[in-house]
Design a protein. Structure first.
Length: 527
């Protein structure tokens, strides 16, 4: 089986064969013995909350970079360049990350490429200006095209990392004639297909999970008491969580302390609500089957230990890009370039320096395919005002819940039909300490889940009913709701990262029968 022609069906089995197959590569480097990885299962927790991040430098100030700003639909985008050769633009992830986490590694590519870094609208050092479409993936793709035009570039290679991988694919549908190549690095597939669940919690210990939950509560309390700005609150959350094991969700190797400080200070900076709005915008696009006749050379780079996804994801993504080349790195997490650096840049150089021309007839066919898909030229400028649309466009963090709470009326209980939307409304009421109202919403969520035979959301609804009853001082009723979950015997579970809470239904319900729920603060936000 040649992975450039057929998809990976069983990635675990295929990885062991990749060295024998043309068109795909699996690197074989062993982890350096002095570098701690997730496989070492070392547990590290901090006994106290750190409220000041050690000062550290921004790489942009230390590298020889050409900086400029590019105009894009009423907005100014921050741009950096280095190196010579075929243009290579780097699209960061998030939504809401910055270009900084590509530094200093991609300077190596300057030997054979004109490397272009930029911050997306609403992020990093670019303007926080929504523009005529608001924040949307359509706007983001047009902004990327504005960078190309502003720098006077003809064709370029677009490298999209994580969410940026989705954006690179969407850009390819809108502007295929301007692409010499596509590189998808730990990319979001952007497809509505069945996939296995995330593995992000697989290497976290109970002690680390418990400490991270504590950190969220301590930061929320300190921020409220000392009136911290959202930027400080978020950076301290990122810093403390990573010191207490959160790095294991997306990294293979443990980042050094200075790197964690840089991540907290410079690499997750965006406008209020940006993350949730862009996630909603991304969710409206389905890329399934979009690249079946794409003639643009495409390279897919995956880390074996990218726990954001499961082992089926690389094959699913390659199946959607039939002509692509898949490379799996044995000691890479979500980033790869900062973990298997030599191997990564060897593969990148090979791809960049041997790009074939895109055949004009193939490009014309692909453009016709794209037109037939009827991708919109712009999203609706205004969402409908009904409750379901308002809830769908909101995030799960504290500020989003405050906005939902202001708009909420009791009529929503009957208007809203989606159990997941009811869960979001219930959380907004819970955050606002409206426990009786939240109980009513969670009870309605149970009814809707039962109508749809959705046992997972029914179990979650019962658990949160128990939480609200505990907070209302109605302990015996709370135990009754938890008991109903135990009697369901549901083997599933659910996670609410904004509260630092992940649970398997049955054991968690038993735990709550023994001890009441204690309020958790919402520390998840898109500042």
């Amino acid at each position: 089986m040649n992975l450039t022609e057929r998809p990976t069906k069983n990635l675990i089995a295929v990885i062991s064969l990749l060295l024998l197959l043309p068109g795909s590569i699996c690197t074989q480097t062993k982890p350096p013995p002095t570098r701690e990885s997730i496989l070492d299962t070392v547990v590290r927790t901090e006994s106290r909350l750190i409220t000041e991040i050690p000062g550290t430098f921004r790489w942009c100030d230390s590298l020889r970079l050409k900086t400029s700003r590019v105009a894009a639909a009423g907005c100014s985008l921050y741009v950096e360049e280095e190196g010579k050769g075929i243009p290579l633009v780097l699209v960061n992830g998030g939504p809401g990350g910055t270009h900084h986490y590509f530094h200093p590694w991609f300077s190596r590519a300057g030997e054979y490429a004109r490397v272009i870094y930029y911050d997306q609208r609403g992020c990093g050092l670019s303007d926080f200006t929504p523009g005529p479409y608001g924040y949307s993936v359509e706007q983001a793709a047009d902004d990327l095209e504005a960078v190309r035009k502003g720098l006077g570039i003809g064709k370029w290679v677009v490298l999209g990392y994580s969410y940026g991988g989705f954006l690179a694919q969407y850009y390819a549908l809108r502007y295929p004639e301007n692409l010499a190549g596509i590189i998808l690095l730990g990319a979001s597939p952007g497809m509505r297909v069945e996939m296995k669940g995330s593995r992000e919690d697989d290497f976290l210990s109970d002690a680390e999970r418990k400490r991270m939950t504590g950190v969220r509560g301590e930061i929320a309390a300190a921020a409220k008491e000392e009136k911290w700005p959202e930027e400080k609150k978020l950076s301290l959350l990122i810093y403390n969580q990573n010191l207490n094991g959160d790095w294991k969700r997306q990294h293979f190797y443990r980042p050094p302390p200075e790197r964690i400080a840089q991540m907290a200070l410079y690499e997750w900076v965006h406008d209020g609500g940006f993350n949730s709005v862009m996630n909603t915008s991304e969710g409206r696009v389905d890329l399934t089957g979009a690249f079946r006749r794409c003639p643009i050379p495409t390279l897919i780079l995956e880390g074996k230990w990218d726990l954001t996804w499961n082992t089926d994801k690389p094959g699913i993504l390659q199946e959607n890009h039939p002509g692509s080349r898949l490379v799996v790195f044995q000691n890479g997490g979500h980033g790869i370039y900062d973990e298997e650096t030599d191997s990564f840049f060897g593969i990148l150089k090979e791809f960049m320096t041997s790009l074939p021309d895109v055949p004009p007839d193939g490009l014309a066919r692909f453009q016709k395919d794209v037109i037939s898909m009827k991708y919109p030229e712009a999203w609706n400028k205004e969402l409908p005002s009904d409750a379901e649309s308002l809830i769908e466009s909101s995030g799960w963090g504290r500020l989003s819940n405050e906005r939902l709470l202001k708009a909420y009326t009791r009529a929503w209980v009957n208007q809203v039909k989606d159990p997941l939307h009811l869960l979001k409304v219930g959380f907004a009421l819970y955050d606002g300490e409206k426990y009786a109202g939240a109980l009513m919403v969670f009870e309605r969520m149970q009814v809707r889940a039962e109508l749809g035979a959705d046992n997972d959301r029914k179990a979650a609804a019962l658990i949160w009913q128990g939480h609200m009853l505990d907070l209302l001082g109605r302990r015996s009723e709370a135990i009754g709701r938890y008991r109903l979950v135990v009697e369901m015997g549901n083997p599933g579970g659910m996670g609410h990262d904004q509260y630092g809470l992940r649970y398997a239904f049955t054991p968690y319900a038993k735990e709550r029968m023994a001890s009441p729920f204690v309020r958790l603060e919402n520390a998840g936000e898109e500042p």
